[in-house]
Each structure stands twice: as structure tokens, then as C-alpha cells.
Design a protein around this ligand. Structure first.
Ligand SMILES: [Ca+2]
Ligand SMILES: [Ca+2]
Length: 319
């Protein structure tokens, strides 16, 4: 119902328009045809490690309540949802691309199943605009979201050449954190992310996830408790993030989800903050980005403590 309310507020009387009254399996007011067309127009080019332990993103069996792998065929699932981020003068949609894996086989806390995504905020003058009139304004890539190692990153679309087509997205080996900048992949992510020997992923099926309460393309497994997918159906862009991106000098904002939380301590490798420690590992100063270099020197002096630190944060890296 929430999506209908949003549409009522932000899309005005568009519900009567032809595209909006066409087939709309997930009931969000955006036609299946438009969801499909936008998914194809802005599809990112994923880059995977040549020796990716999980192979490729998986397609999951249709109409199963639990996620069961059908094929590791490079499938990508789209989700389109109305967004309030751009106000009333334009129609804005969050367009997300989920790459779903049968396992996380990274160096810390490997686990079955893995949910990752990249999203765009796309706009047009109306829901009946030609698909060619839609442009992307911003992109977001999830990386260790909701953990102390959250390095989810974001960019203005024009800064990464992804206004009328999808961007390049680098997927960290094994853990599958997503990056709009290849360099960030190696610098961030609690030191467990690497994007060294990358190859372009050949396109697999493009499927529509639908919504949690109205799955499309047989994605009945969205709400399964076997993975956190339902909680990852987010709009990703709010006015605060948009404002930060508009004022940022960096092509890619390395920390889209705000500052490190105060209770976390950071560890660094090579002069950049790449992770975080809990309170249990005392003696390190609470860190923010500016203290990264000093902290790195101090931490590296500790030597073997890195392994301890890595294990300490390992349990938080599960996603
Ligand atoms: Ca729809
Ligand atoms: Ca939708």
C-alpha cells in the first residue's frame, strides 16, 4: 500500500496514463513494460574476478518459497520502485539490479547465499515518457551494507559516464561487495575486498524481482528467511545523499551511508581505513576518515593484531 500512497503523492494523476494501466504484476503503478525497458537501458556491466569462487550470479528456481539455485548463469534481477527523492516536478524511480549468489566464499565468514545490489535513481517528465527520455542522475553500490565495514559507495551518474546507460561495476572476489570505482574495491571493505584480475561478465538473463508482497518472474523466495533479501528492497536515495553527491568533489563517494558509527574503531592497511574494530579491542583511537593515516601507522605497528582484528570483525561481514 505504501507504494500506492507514494504514487498518489508524487506522480499525481499519472495512474490513468496508458503505461500505468498496462500489465503491472507487482502493483506499484509502473507497468511491466516500463520496468523491463528501464532495466535493459541502464543495465550495468559487471566485472568479476577471473577466479571468482562462486562462479557467476545465480538464477533461482521460480515459484519456490526458498531460494534454490537454478543455474549460475549470470542472472540479474531488477526491481523498480517509485522514489520521493526528486520532489514533485519529475517522476523518479529507484531502479535496482540485484546480483544474487549461491554462496559467499570470501576470506571472512563465508556463508550460503549472498544478496548484493547496485541502484540508480532515474527520472523522466512522466511515466508515459519514451524509455529513451529516461536518464539516471545517481548510482549507488552496496558494499558490506549494515555492517561495521559498510563501504557502500555512490556517484553522480555523469561523473561515472552512466546517464543514459549502466556503469561499470566491480564485484569483490568472493564477498561480492559492489563498487562504482575499481580502486575503491581494493582500498575499502575491511581489507577483505579485492578486484585484481577482473573480466567483464557476459550478460545472463534479466529478470524482474517485483515487490516483496507481489513477486514477479516467480521470485516467491524474496521473503524467505534464508537470506535478507526482503530487507534489501530499499529506495537507496534520499535528499541527504543526493545533497552530499551534488556537493562532493570525488567522482565516487566512498562512504554513502554516513560516517563510521562512534562506537567503532577502525583499522587500516596502507594508509586508508579499510575496516573497523569493536570496543573489545581497546587501545585504538576512535577514527574517522581524517585520522586514517595516523591510525594506519599505529595499527600496522601492532603487527599480528591484524589477524585478531580481522577475526573480530569477521562475524559482522556476513552480508
Ligand atoms: Ca510494476
Ligand atoms: Ca516494481
Amino acid at each position: 500500500m505504501k507504494t500506492f500512497l507514494l504514487l498518489g503523492v508524487f506522480l499525481g494523476g499519472i495512474a490513468d496514463a496508458p503505461l500505468a494501466t498496462a500489465a503491472d504484476r507487482d502493483g506499484d503503478g509502473v507497468s511491466d513494460a516500463l520496468e523491463r525497458a528501464l532495466g535493459e537501458r541502464f543495465r550495468p556491466q559487471f566485472w568479476l574476478d577471473a577466479n571468482e569462487c562462486a562462479g557467476r550470479p545465480a538464477e533461482f528456481r521460480a515459484d519456490s518459497a526458498k531460494p534454490r539455485v537454478f543455474a549460475r548463469n549470470g542472472a540479474v534481477y531488477t526491481r523498480v520502485a517509485p522514489s520521493a527523492a526528486m520532489g514533485r516536478d519529475r517522476v523518479a524511480l529507484t531502479l535496482s539490479y540485484y546480483h544474487l549468489w549461491d554462496r559467499d566464499c570470501g576470506p571472512l565468514s563465508p556463508h550460503p547465499l549472498d544478496v548484493e545490489r547496485v541502484s540508480a535513481l532515474v527520472v523522466a517528465s512522466s511515466l508515459t515518457s519514451s524509455v529513451d527520455d529516461w536518464v539516471a542522475l545517481y548510482w549507488y553500490a552496496a558494499a558490506h551494507e549494515d555492517t561495521v565495514c559498510d563501504t557502500s559507495n555512490a556517484a553522480r551518474a555523469e561523473a561515472i559516464g552512466a546517464v543514459t546507460a549502466g556503469p561499470n561495476v566491480w564485484i569483490a572476489k568472493g564477498k561480492h561487495a559492489s563498487y562504482l570505482s575499481r580502486a575503491l574495491c581494493s582500498e575499502r571493505g575491511c581489507g577483505v575486498d579485492a578486484c585484481r584480475d577482473m573480466v567483464a561478465m557476459s550478460p545472463g538473463p534479466l529478470l524482474n524481482l517485483g515487490e516483496a508482497d507481489a513477486p514477479a518472474d516467480g521470485a516467491e523466495w524474496i521473503a524467505s528467511e534464508d537470506w535478507p533479501l526482503a530487507s534489501k528492497l530499499r529506495r537507496d536515495f534520499d535528499l541527504a545523499l543526493v545533497a552530499r553527491l551534488d556537493s562532493s568533489d570525488e567522482p565516487v563517494l566512498a562512504r554513502a551511508n554516513g560516517q563510521w558509527r562512534p562506537q567503532h574503531y577502525s583499522l587500516s592497511i596502507g594508509g586508508d581505513i579499510v575496516g573497523a574494530l569493536g570496543k573489545a579491542n581497546g587501545g585504538l583511537q576512535e577514527a574517522d576518515e581524517k585520522s586514517g593515516n595516523a591510525l594506519a601507522k599505529g595499527f600496522l605497528a601492532v603487527g599480528g593484531a591484524l589477524g585478531v582484528a580481522a577475526r573480530a570483525v569477521g562475524s559482522t561481514l556476513g552480508r
